[in-house]
Design a protein around this ligand. Structure first.
Ligand code: MG
Length: 288
């Protein structure tokens, strides 16, 4: 999984809390969120780090849709937004049945163009990552279809749904459960679901893997179906049968990660206040 002579590289530091990395191969850049600083950052190999968008309305998780547009989860607006090709922002979802979302955390785009996102309350429980406000909805997992504007709950068994990724064949969806923010006894693990035949529902939810130390937040699959999970001690690489294959040790807790760069075989790590990268011997799945 790892290469014997590939070092863990520190790309930038001095942030408050990093999240939401997404690779733009066409621009050869990484975008990522610095949530408490209310900004989205950009990293390039030639130019280093710069501010991409501030304020970001406390953006957290990111993905690209099938047309390459940036899809973002905003704690501040409690919404899923799309950045259009002309730079304007379109709010896609900000409520369900007349009530406000909590604080969308992470989003993935399925090959049919639908957006699947988690809605825990972490961004509305303090002023640090968005602003304290009342929760109006359960902590659901949603599927949004931009073709007809429909929004459906596809998972309601979570206390704190967080990161998510499809297996390469999209027959499985992995979702991290990070529990109640101020209750260390609440459930924390990676869950896995079977995607229904029509590709629009989930079933057979079960525990997949328990990260320790710390929690799994953001997760990504490689093209062989292995799950690369953020953890308190770095990154855990887990086979589809739940076997731990190996770890990348990182000096600070990793919150999220994504594959990028040449052949999507470089792993970018949002690790608390620091951005790292490491080349690995696998390629990421679900390239935009
Ligand atoms: Mg997250």
């Amino acid at each position: 999984m790892v290469l014997p002579n590939a070092p863990l590289e520190m790309l930038a530091e001095g942030f408050r809390w990093l999240e939401g990395p997404v690779w733009f191969a066409d621009l050869q850049c990484l975008l990522f969120s610095d949530i408490p600083n209310d900004r989205i950052m950009r990293w390039t190999a030639s130019g280093g780090v710069s501010v991409f968008r501030a304020p970001s309305w406390f953006a957290n998780g990111h993905a690209r849709d099938r047309e390459g547009r940036l899809i973002g989860c905003l704690h501040g607006e409690r919404a899923i937004v799309r950045t259009e090709l002309d730079g304007t922002l379109t709010t896609l979802v900000d409520g369900f049945r007349g009530k406000r979302l909590n604080s969308p955390n992470d989003v993935v785009v399925k090959s049919d163009g639908t957006l699947w996102f988690t809605d825990p309350p972490y961004g509305i429980q303090s002023d640090y990552e968005g602003g304290r406000r009342a929760s109006e909805l359960p902590t659901n997992l949603y599927r949004f279809d931009p073709r007809d504007g429909s929004l459906a709950v596809v998972g309601d068994e979570f206390e704190g749904p967080n990161g998510l990724c499809f297996s390469p064949d999209e027959k499985r969806l992995y979702v991290t459960e990070t529990g109640l923010q101020f209750d260390p006894e609440s459930k924390r693990c990676i869950r896995v679901f079977d995607v229904g035949e029509a590709g629009a529902s989930l079933g057979n939810g079960r525990d997949f893997y328990k990260v320790s130390p710390g929690d799994a937040d953001g997760i990504r699959c490689d093209e062989d179906g292995n799950v690369w999970a953020s953890a308190g001690d770095g990154v855990h690489c887990i086979a589809p049968d739940g076997t731990l294959l190996g770890k990348i040790k990182v000096p600070s807790a990793v919150s999220n990660l994504c594959f990028g760069d040449r052949h999507y075989s470089r792993l970018f790590l949002c690790a608390s206040q620091t951005l790292y990268a490491i080349w690995v011997n696998r390629r990421g799945a679900q390239r935009p």
